[in-house]
Design a binder for this molecule. Structure first.
Ligand SMILES: [Zn+2]
Length: 287
């Protein structure tokens, strides 16, 4: 029930705005720490979620979201676990996930993909500039525990990494594998063929629980489900374009009833169609 309510509430507020926080401004931010398994926890700030791992030598934290949320998390980690954050790992550069990293800079080494650092510096993201970057992968060890960081290719941004906690059998992946949700709006900062390839790479990895950036954790099966959605969206838009339909006709006409129970189906399907249309148009020579 709690899961259901969280999801229903997320859907309602996502309809208003994913990033502005307008829908929750009146009642203050909803923040929570919940155990996923073992010493791995989910940190929630409104409609954003990340994970952190507690070890005897300190904490490995991930996306901080913003400075206020990061200050809250820092205090809670001190209070609940009497620990400080030793590593802060950013999933990707987008400011709604990466902001606030400077709050942990007094104790933490900040890690991100090399392309994320380039964009964080270039766009002047309000976060800590990563201390350590990598290209393909790296392993972080702390207090006898491990997280494996992998670049699985471009998908939603060109600098997304996934974080695998092998002992916990959990993979943390943000924004490019929504669980029971459509993709975000018009697929901004997306690389479609590479995105599909990166989903296949994730499916080949060894884990049971999929933790995400916007809500409850799911399972490995959610990766294939979302890949199926993207495949179906691509096929429907391409077929419509080959039939000579306009973008407006496609936005009004394409229905994917297999996914009608997914979050934001009614609101975001036309926008997903538009995003896919623009991507396909760039790479297609008609006739
Ligand atoms: Zn993003």
């Amino acid at each position: 029930m709690i899961r259901f309510l969280f999801r229903a509430a997320m859907g309602a507020a996502l309809a208003a705005s994913l990033c502005s926080g307008v829908a929750v401004a009146q009642q203050g931010p909803k923040r929570a720490i919940t155990n996923i398994t073992g010493d791995l926890y989910q940190f929630r700030n409104n409609f954003y979620t990340s994970v952190f791992l507690v070890t005897s030598d300190g904490v490995i934290a991930t996306d901080p979201f913003n400075a206020d949320a990061a200050k809250w998390l820092k205090a809670e980690i001190k209070k609940r676990f009497n620990q400080s954050v030793k590593y802060l790992i950013l999933s990707h550069d987008h400011p709604d996930h990466s902001s606030g990293g400077e709050v942990f800079a007094d104790t933490a080494t900040v890690i991100a993909h090399e392309n994320a650092k380039r964009t964080i510096v270039g766009e002047k993201r309000p976060t800590a500039v990563p201390d350590i970057t990598f290209k393909d992968g790296m392993t972080v060890e702390l207090g006898g525990k491990t997280v494996e960081l992998s670049y699985v290719g471009k998908n939603h941004s060109d600098n997304m990494i996934v974080m695998r906690f092998p002992a916990e059998r959990v993979l943390f992946a943000v924004d490019f594998i929504p669980i029971g949700f459509l993709a975000f709006r018009t697929l901004g900062d997306a690389y479609i063929p590479e995105w599909m390839a990166s989903l296949r790479r994730v499916e080949a990895m060894d884990f049971d629980i999929l933790a995400q950036g916007h809500g409850r954790p799911g399972t490995k099966a959610d990766v294939a489900a979302f890949r199926g959605y993207m495949d179906d969206l691509y096929a429907a838009v391409l077929a419509g374009m080959r039939a000579g339909k306009s973008l407006d006709q496609l936005k009004a006409g394409i229905k994917l009833p297999k996914y009608e129970k997914w979050g934001m189906y009614g609101q975001w399907l036309p926008e997903n169609v538009e995003g896919m249309y623009k991507q396909i148009r760039m790479h297609r020579r008609p006739g």
